[in-house]
Design a protein. Sequence first.
Length: 105
Amino acid sequence: MNNVHVVPDAVRLYGSESAAMAAGIATTAGVDQAATVGFAVPAFGLIGQEFLIAFAYAQANHLSSVAELAAVHAGTALTAHQAAASYELTDAGSAANIGAVNPGS
């Protein structure tokens, strides 16, 4: 038989750290996008317009991928908090059931 021991507060802490990572990634990605394209435009000017269009497209794809990563971390955070609450609810319900069968336990 497997023995599982869960510490809900530790799961919540993991969720909070995941939420912080999601926020940090999303913020950094937006700043990086604006800065990178902003610095490239004056460097290439009119001569490099075709390159700049391709570069901006690649940067947009990169930003989209980073946004997906941030969303994964946000989803992990939400799921961790829900799991912690579920473990506590199940544990309390099981304790109540055991107490009903064996009063005084």
